[in-house]
Design a binder for this molecule. Structure first.
Ligand SMILES: Nc1nc2c(ncn2[C@@H]2O[C@H](COP(=O)(O)OP(=O)(O)OP(=O)(O)O)[C@@H](O)[C@H]2O)c(=O)[nH]1
Length: 175
């Protein structure tokens, strides 16, 4: 979730299809499925790409139930989007009624360094205050999009009481 045009669809499409879409087509809502294996563990992910939100929008009630984790996105080239992500976070906690929900904060478009208006430290500071992981990303790069979704899966696993997927092993050592 995040403000308009921050790259929510682009990150999702890069992760799901491995391509970057240059054109801008505002989203109403799209769902995607993706099968992925991380650290020997298989996941069948359902991703909901939401419409861009602003600070005045009511948090859509359908996103407060049956969702395991949230990727909150701003653009490093838009201070407005950084303000909006903070408002969305507050509404999200209000709506879900939970103190802690699996969330990660993503500063997208970090390939646009010349247009940067949100310093990395600001993003990190905000994520630290929420006690959630922070990732800067570019939807132009596949590895970057992959890192975003790996990170939210890890947070979901943690909330479920499981360790990071990479540390799960099926083998054992006998000495
Ligand atoms: N340079 C650069 N451009 C990006 C990046 N991510 C998205 N864009 C561009 O930004 C524009 C908006 O991207 P979208 O992915 O449609 O943004 P969105 O957040 O889904 O937008 P809404 O549907 O309105 O909420 C498009 O022209 C993308 O090509 C990025 O990481 N780097």
């Amino acid at each position: 979730m995040g403000f308009r045009s921050v790259g929510k669809s682009s990150l999702t499409i890069q992760f799901v299809d491995g391509q970057f879409v240059d054109s801008y087509d505002p989203t109403i809502e799209n769902t995607f499925s993706k099968h992925i294996k991380i650290g020997g563990q298989e996941y069948e992910l359902k991703l909901v790409d939401t419409a861009g939100q602003d600070e005045y929008d009511i948090f859509p009630s359908q996103y407060s139930v049956d969702i395991h984790g949230y990727v909150l996105v701003y653009s490093i080239a838009s201070s407005k989007s950084f303000d909006v992500v903070q408002v969305i976070y507050d509404k999200l906690l209000d709506m879900t009624g939970k103190v802690s929900v699996p969330i990660i904060l993503v500063g997208n478009k970090n390939d646009l360094e010349m247009q940067r208006v949100v310093p990395s430290q600001e993003g990190r500071k905000l994520a630290d205050s929420w006690k959630v992981p922070f990732v800067e990303a570019s939807a132009k790069e596949n590895m970057s999009a992959l890192r975003v979704f790996q990170s939210i899966i890890q947070e979901i696993e943690k909330a479920e009481g499981n360790g990071p997927p990479a540390q799960k092993q099926n083998s054992c050592v006998i000495s």
